[in-house]
Design a protein around this ligand. Structure first.
Ligand code: HSE
Length: 337
């Protein structure tokens, strides 16, 4: 039996429990053993649910239990999620997360710590919700030099923009996205472009090995897009999409930015509607490959988290892969493409 602990029992943490409940038999067949939630760390108690008896309020209980081999960090925000992640790794536990804020802020340090301790730090669900993108970039595209990555990386804003095209006012569309569990706790991270920026930081690190401080990225969100701009894009046969991109310039520096863009029908991004995301990766051997699917939402994202739990459990005794990032310096970055 693989014992896990879930830190944060909100949309994603609760979704992980749901996936394990729905697909536990299938997962046990694949793993040769089951995955059991031993602890849930949360401030709430969840009385009357099957999880009430698993709740603890002290991370120390989880850290000191040698049976827990995988910790799922689904708390959101950088603090205390980052500190708990570092502590779990130091205690020899693999950590699986959907928390892009932590990965973008200190993925370099946490990956190095995991490597040192011989455990895994996995974050497939941190970009693109349920879309496989981290593992393809880490493993399947390892033979390519990545030249650029462009994507619609935020489900909330794409959903809001699609609803606005249908005539739904901005505030109502954003409320819908919150009710559906797509938006961040503070949705200004979505509409202000910061969530997309964190995701492009992660993809740039996977592509170029450098972790860019988020404050070095040019970020424009959809909060400034007016209905008039949407209408004008429509008149021109285009749709507004929030596009994040990163590429390597001719002089070997990294460009990264997030901005609303009017995309024409000839673009693959034109047909990406609702909560869906698309990520286009160009490698020097493969050319362009596009990854498409649900970019937010409980089941889609939790499914990716559980896949990482399976990976961590299956390769428990294998050396962690050589994923090493260094922090980007000013001279590594370019303000223009
Ligand atoms: N708020 C995020 C989004 C959740 O809408 O894309 C998934 O990362």
């Amino acid at each position: 039996m693989i014992d896990i602990a879930i830190l944060g029992f909100g949309v994603i943490g609760g979704g992980v429990a749901g996936v394990l409940e729905a697909n536990g038999g299938h997962i046990a067949e694949r793993l040769g053993t089951g995955i059991r939630i031993k602890y849930i760390l949360d401030q709430r108690e969840f009385p009357g649910t099957p999880y009430a008896g698993l709740v603890v309020h002290d991370i120390g209980v989880i850290l000191s239990d040698p049976d827990v081999s995988v910790v799922v960090e689904a708390m959101g925000g950088v603090h205390p999620a980052a500190e708990y992640t570092a502590a779990a790794i130091e205690c020899g536990k693999s950590v699986v997360t959907s928390n892009k804020a932590v990965v973008a802020d200190r993925g370099d340090v946490l990956l190095a710590a995991a490597r040192r301790r011989g455990v895994r730090y996995l974050f497939e669900a941190s970009v693109g919700g349920g879309i496989p993108i981290i593992r393809p970039m880490t493993d399947d595209l390892a033979s390519n030099r990545i030249e650029s990555v462009r994507g619609i990386l935020n489900g909330t804003t794409n959903f809001v923009l699609s609803r606005m095209e249908e005539g739904v006012p901005y505030a109502d569309a954003l409320d819908e996205a919150r009710e559906l569990g797509y938006a961040e706790r503070d949705p200004s991270a979505d509409v202000g472009g910061f969530d997309s920026a964190r995701k492009i930081v992660i993809l740039a690190a996977l592509a170029f090995g450098k972790l860019i401080p988020i404050e070095k990225i040019s970020i424009r969100g959809i909060d400034a897009v007016t209905p008039e701009e949407l209408a004008e894009a429509k008149r021109n046969g285009c749709r507004i999409k929030l596009v994040a991109e990163t590429s390597l310039t001719a002089d070997g520096r990294i460009y990264a930015a997030v901005a609303p863009e009017a995309v024409p029908p000839t673009s693959l991004f034109y047909s990406v509607g609702g909560v869906f995301n698309a990520v286009s990766v160009t490698g020097n051997m493969l050319g362009e490959a596009v990854f498409y699917g649900r970019g937010a939402g409980r089941e889609a994202t939790a499914g990716a988290v559980v896949a990482d739990i399976i990976d961590a459990a299956e390769r428990r005794f294998a050396a962690p892969p050589a994923l090493m990032w260094t922090r980007a310096r000013d001279e590594d970055l370019s303000p223009v493409k």
